[in-house]
Design a protein around this ligand. Sequence first.
Ligand SMILES: NC(=O)c1ccc[n+]([C@@H]2O[C@H](COP(=O)([O-])OP(=O)(O)OC[C@H]3O[C@@H](n4cnc5c(N)ncnc54)[C@H](OP(=O)(O)O)[C@@H]3O)[C@@H](O)[C@H]2O)c1
Length: 227
Amino acid sequence: MPVVLVTGANRGLGLEFTRQYAAAGWAVLGTARDVERAEALRNVAGDVEILPVDVTESQQVAALTARLNGRPIDLLINNAGLYGLGGDPLGAMNYPAWEKVMAANLFGPVRLTEAVLGCLRAGRQRKIVSLTSLMGSIGDNVTGGSLYYRSSKAALNAAMKTLAIELNREGFRVIVIHPGWVRTDMGGTEAPLEAPASVAAMRQVIDRLTTADNGRFFNYDGRILPW
Ligand SMILES: NC(=O)c1ccc[n+]([C@@H]2O[C@H](COP(=O)([O-])OP(=O)(O)OC[C@H]3O[C@@H](n4cnc5c(N)ncnc54)[C@H](OP(=O)(O)O)[C@@H]3O)[C@@H](O)[C@H]2O)c1
């Protein structure tokens, strides 16, 4: 039975990844910051283990590594993310707010990846998937705005591209993927896509990843996006 670790599994896209992988017979390690309040995650049917972690807290991530104790993981989904204040205009920049977004969207996924690399090396599939955003695409940025969020996802893209190159020799497939504009707490009620459709499409992309795909920036439907 393949094993997937999903961060931010208690709601939104992370919860949906958990539901779909568990329904497909995978063992799911789903993380939540507040396990007590992760009711929807507790109610997912199948082989689901809930693990507490805030990806911005080094000690909590170290505790996760210790708890996993080298257990094989096939696929890591760095899903946890924060829009936060999104951005502010020049003259009104809020640096502490920006730091929070960078901590969650850049340092968090890299820290988590580093923390479970031994488990991923012990797994069979060697896939690392990070949820980015089209807003992190520099090539696609024609409107400006959302400076904190955009820069955090652009930096995540740069970090994951680097890891893709560095882990290439070991047969890893490290990609970033934009889920579309999805109706979740973050995406809001105007979003055109439902989480089940977005996640089903992303799972197909993840399923089909070959070593040639290492280091790519995907749209949820499999299209390649500009950096
Ligand atoms: N929805 C969209 O339209 C859209 C578009 C582009 C990209 N994305 C990306 O897709 C991913 C999932 O988004 P979503 O729409 O499902 O967001 P969401 O509904 O806001 O859920 C975010 C999840 O991330 C967790 N999280 C946030 N900060 C964390 C931290 N420091 N440590 C651990 N977990 C943390 C949250 O946990 P708590 O419940 O504890 O807060 C929650 O489980 C994110 O990376 C997001 O940037 C979403």
